[in-house]
Design a protein around this ligand. Structure first.
Ligand code: PEP
Length: 258
């Protein structure tokens, strides 16, 4: 983390878990545990679409933001089952995860569709959490850095510099670490996050690159968060499993606040 240069963001990805009726109890358990929670660390929960109105209501005024886990690249029209960026912002959604590896793996999302969605999200006030990361096979082939470079370059194609970049977070999520309990070592995660920052510097400039939040995601939990967040280019986390447990999620938020 480097708090002088960029914000720290801890975002929970609830995936297809939780019920509307369970959100208040989650909030009631979480909030007292993060009472020292301060302005330089943002925290958010990304919920299934159907839970967004309840989550926005429950977390209103707490300082914890609410995000979606996906969105359509289209503005409106005949796209049955899809939800647009404008529909998300219309109800007050503040974040949206784009290109999560589960979307890429199970729903055919590509670097190109991730780019289209990122551009669509930027037309709204939402912050886009753009996910990149390699599979185990790709890591073993030694192509992690080149693959992640291409993912970032394509995701940000035609994204202008300047203020728009303040609404972009890059989440480095090695696919082999997601939901597996296997975490990248802090050094390995740092190495790829630094590669991402160097790509951002080439696409924009050093100053812009230094201002962009880069999260690590992949089995981050209450035990390993502190060490991962201590790395200079890791500015937060995208947390799956551990974000479903208020006590574990609170430990991670507090680790980002130290
Ligand atoms: C995720 O869903 O983005 C994620 C990192 O999951 P987990 O923390 O469970 O590995």
């Amino acid at each position: 983390m480097n708090r002088e240069l960029r914000k720290t963001v801890i975002a929970g990805n609830w995936k297809m878990n939780m019920l509307a009726s369970e959100i208040k109890a989650f909030k009631d358990e979480l909030m007292p545990l993060i009472s020292g929670y301060s302005a330089w660390c943002e925290a958010a929960i990304c919920t299934p679409f159907v839970l967004l109105p309840s989550a926005l209501d429950v977390f209103k005024g707490t300082g914890v933001g609410v995000g979606a886990q996906n969105m359509s690249q289209h503005e409106s029209g005949a796209y049955t089952g899809e939800v647009s960026a404008t529909q998300l912002t219309d109800i007050g959604t503040q974040y949206v995860i784009i290109g999560h590896s589960e979307r890429r793996q199970y729903y055919g999302e590509t670097d190109e569709s991730v780019n289209e969605k990122t551009l669509a999200a930027l037309k709204t006030p939402m912050t886009a959490i753009v996910c990149v990361g390699e599979t185990l096979e790709q890591r073993e082939q030694g192509i992690t850095n080149s693959l992640v470079t291409k993912q970032v370059e394509t995701a940000l194609k035609n994204v202008p510099g300047g203020e728009e970049l303040g609404k972009i977070i890059i989440a480095y999520e090695p696919v082999w670490a997601i939901g597996t309990g296997k975490t990248a070592t802090p050094e390995d995660a740092q190495e790829v996050c630094k590669v991402i920052r160097d790509v951002l510097a080439k696409l924009y400039c050093e100053k812009s690159a230094a201002s962009i939040t880069i999260q690590y995601g992949g089995s981050m939990n209450d035990k390993n968060a502190k060490e991962l967040l201590a790395q200079p280019d890791i500015d937060g986390g995208l947390i799956g499993g551990a974000s479903l447990k208020p006590d574990a999620f609170a430990v991670i938020i507090n680790a980002a606040n130290q």
